[in-house]
Design a protein around this ligand. Structure first.
Ligand code: URP
Ligand code: ZN
Ligand code: ZN
Ligand code: ZN
Length: 495
């Protein structure tokens, strides 16, 4: 019969293959109903004119309406920014109200209320665990997994409020092995960071740049090696988030070579920005007269010192070490007393008082597309793996991340190479609620031309721009990861 939507005449990319422009995709009721080599008819037809047709992007690491980030993006402003950047599903974090609050289930309910009818794209939740009580691991996590479809947790080795001991990490890893939950770990050695921070404080070296000095690469390298060791001990997969160090990525690769299920995430900032951006005396056009502007680039792990370090992260994108490419969209407004400017006390800058994180939900997919696919650094299939299909598999988004019959009709369609007029990014082009982008000044040779969410065109760059209504984004219950899992080691003591 007649389809609601037919997409044709593009290079249809999934994680393993590219199908030719003679392919027709027929969509009905928000679902891909047919993929055909002969023409299909529909109420609406999109001619991709030879450009790439990819699954909608999945950004599996974003912070929206997070209670501890008062000047950040809300569900509304953050997800509004997802669609024009080609992202149709996000997984933000739900966190406990405080370290003394043990009720994670109520916290999740509050985030549901925050997001319901306010999301432009589809969304799930991860939970952040800062106090692993027996009750939380034994009762609340199973309930969240079974009833809410929350099958991943994030834990930290750093930040005073969140850092966990190795023993606490082992408790969580074992619990997650039993429940089939994916553990995301922020790996930086907290004692090294505290130690250097004190030395910098004594010398009154507190400008934004010293943020990067206080969190050296070796802190990430050590913690990465350690959490991989803990994962091996428990025989359970982990995903190490926002990796920025070539050395740490080499440790991940060695574990992967030995068939240990270690997964790695990196983000645009670790491919495109060096610590130079944190300095107030540098040559970028973005730094004009404001000596505090480096605060815009404070994130953890920090931007690294040299281009060769960034090249190392690129290698891990190319050689398969990196599993998922996320934005870690953790924005705060720059010019706001609770935003980045909180780090300026009576005119004196202190990097420790600056909220950590960068905005990047909208620029993630275009950056890697322009600088990775269009330059020939990675194939279009590898791109889809990193931005769409691996996050779907790792986080159990069963309806998402690929173009196949029966899956949700989520797509991003790019311009044929050379068809879009290149432009230099300015923040006013973006749809988030933040007053800057760390990628202002970057030239883009392509951008999502159409974004389609469950069969509806929600972004049409050449005509009306953003077409979505915020109430159309739906909560997605997730299944367990379908990537490599435990092989059952030491089951006689662990089960
Ligand atoms: O600097 C960052 N990345 N802040 C967000 C929180 C986190 O650690 O992911
Ligand atoms: Zn983190
Ligand atoms: Zn600069
Ligand atoms: Zn984060």
């Amino acid at each position: 019969g007649q389809f609601d939507l037919v997409i044709h005449n593009g290079l249809v990319v999934v994680g393993s293959d590219v199908m030719p422009p003679s392919t027709y995709i027929g969509v009905k009721g928000g679902i891909i109903e047919q993929i055909s080599a002969t023409p299909l008819t529909g109420k609406k037809i999109i001619d991709a004119e030879g450009g790439y047709i990819m699954p909608g992007g999945i950004d599996s690491h974003v912070h929206l309406s997070q209670k501890n980030t008062p000047a950040g993006d809300t569900f509304e402003s953050g997800t509004r920014s997802a669609l024009p950047g080609g992202t149709t599903t996000v997984i933000p974090f739900a966190i406990q109200n405080s370290k003394d609050d043990f009720d994670l289930v109520s916290a999740v309910e509050e985030y549901h209320t925050q997001a319901k009818n306010k999301s432009y794209c589809d969304y799930g939740f991860h939970v952040i665990i800062s106090n692993p009580s027996d009750e939380l691991l034994g009762t609340q996590l199973p309930l969240l997994a079974q009833q809410h479809g929350i099958t991943s947790v994030k834990v930290y080795t750093t930040y005073p409020r969140y850092r966990l001991s190795d023993e606490q990490l082992l408790d969580i890893l074992l619990s997650n092995r039993k429940l089939g939950i994916t553990t995301m770990i922020h790996a930086e050695n907290a004692d090294i960071i505290d130690f250097i921070g004190k030395k910098l404080e004594e010398k009154k070296l507190t400008d934004p740049f010293y943020h990067s000095v206080s969190r050296p690469k070796v802190a990430e390298d050590e913690a990465t090696y350690r959490v991989i060791s803990l994962s091996k001990m428990i025989d359970v997969p982990i995903l190490i988030v926002h990796m920025s160090s070539e050395t740490a990525l080499a440790t991940v690769r060695e574990a992967q070579n030995n068939l240990v299920p270690i997964f790695a995430e990196t983000c645009p900032q670790y491919l495109f920005l060096t610590a130079d951006y944190l300095k107030h005396q540098c040559s970028h056009h973005v730094h004009k007269n404001d000596p505090f502007e480096g605060a815009k680039y404070i994130c953890s792990p920090p931007l690294r010192q040299s281009q060769s370090e960034l090249d190392g992260v690129w290698k891990a994108i190319q050689n398969g070490t990196v599993t998922v490419f996320s934005s870690d969209h953790a924005p705060t407004i720059y010019d706001h007393p609770l935003g980045k400017k909180a780090g300026l006390v009576n005119g004196i800058p202190h990097y420790k008082k600056v909220p950590n994180g960068l905005p990047g939900i909208e620029t993630r997919m275009p950056l890697l597309f322009c600088k990775g696919v269009e330059t020939g650094k990675i194939t279009a299939q590898r791109y889809v793996e990193l931005c769409c299909s691996n996050p779907a598999k790792l986080y159990g988004l069963e309806q998402k991340g690929t173009i196949a019959v029966g899956k949700d009709a989520d797509f991003v369609i790019w311009y044929p190479k050379g068809k879009m007029t290149p432009f230099i990014l300015s923040n006013s082009m973006l749809h988030h609620g933040i007053d800057y982008s760390p990628f202002e000044g970057v030239e883009f040779t392509n951008w999502p031309r159409y974004t389609i969410l469950r069969g509806s065109v929600v972004w049409d760059r050449d005509n009306d721009g953003l077409l979505a209504s915020k109430i159309t984004g739906q909560y997605v219950k997730r299944a367990a990861s379908s990537m490599a899992g435990p092989v059952g080691k030491l089951s006689y003591i662990f089960e």
